[in-house]
Design a protein around this ligand. Structure first.
Ligand code: ADP
Ligand code: ADP
Length: 227
């Protein structure tokens, strides 16, 4: 479980990005952070793996505060997927995925083997392994991004608009496959989106942000629909 306890973030210029946020993302479930641009979703996400440090409050992973944790250990527990995949341009698909396993202490042979397994898990054919990122479509790059995040066997996954940069048809395909994948892997996931339909489709739980970095509501999609 990932818990926010009264978390606030003020940037150096005085911007209040997140204002006294408290909620929990339950184990094995998908929690969607949704709301208009600028309401603090990405800041909230990046405070979990401490790419951004909170100004006040605590974030707990299974009850343990992240504040005192070793950064390397913390980030090994947490897969991170961003909008344009962020793949290394000069590495092949297989090596892009293997890098995470290597950082996690796998041997080169084991890392490369794991990369191929993950390639299949995210629905890409093995013939993609030797390609470079520029030889893939946007949708395929996102799948590699997900595979790379999974290569350290993280307990948690943070995903920032992972399906936003692809066209609507591919997006829907990726969403469906993502739900299928989650049924297999059962990770504790927090995903950011500005798209309320996506939040309702993918979320076991939806946290609705409003401007000023405040939380309007946290509820299941069914409950939100009935209000
Ligand atoms: P969202 O992900 O919902 O679009 P963000 O978390 O990116 O929102 O941003 C929340 C607020 O913080 C916005 O007003 C944004 O302009 C501001 N912000 C984000 N990053 C910085 C920064 N590094 N310095 C100052 N303000 C920032
Ligand atoms: P998808 O619908 O899977 O996101 P696209 O429709 O964009 O894929 O691309 C269709 C096919 O074209 C894919 O098999 C992809 O590998 C290939 N492709 C796309 N861009 C390139 C490229 N720059 N170089 C080589 N092959 C590419």
């Amino acid at each position: 479980m990932i818990s926010f306890e009264n978390i606030s973030k003020f940037y150096a210029d005085g911007t209040v990005a997140v204002d006294r946020l408290s909620f929990s993302a339950p184990t094995g479930k998908i929690t969607m952070l949704v709301g208009p641009s600028g309401c603090g979703k990405t800041t909230s996400l990046r405070m979990i793996n401490r790419l951004i440090e909170p100004s006040s409050g605590s974030i707990l992973l299974n009850g343990q505060p992240t504040a005192g944790m070793d950064l390397v250990k913390l980030r090994r527990k947490i897969g991170y997927v961003i909008q344009n995949a962020g793949l290394f341009p000069h590495k092949t698909v297989q090596d892009n995925i293997a890098v995470t396993a290597l950082l996690n202490g796998a041997t080169r042979t084991a890392a490369r083997k794991k990369a191929l397994e993950l390639l299949e898990l995210v629905g890409l054919s093995l013939s993609m392994a030797e390609r470079y990122p520029w030889q893939l479509s946007g949708g395929q790059q996102q799948r590699v991004g997900v595979a790379r995040a999974l290569a350290s066997d993280p307990e948690f996954m943070l995903m920032d608009e992972p399906f936003s940069a692809v066209d609507p048809v591919v997006r829907e395909q990726l969403q469906d496959e993502f739900l299928r994948l989650q049924r297999e892997i059962g990770k504790t996931i927090i995903m950011v989106t500005h798209d309320i339909d996506e939040a309702m489709k993918l979320g076991d739980q939806v946290a609705v942000f409003r401007p000023g970095g405040r939380l309007a509501q946290v509820a299941s999609p069914v409950k939100l629909l009935n209000e």
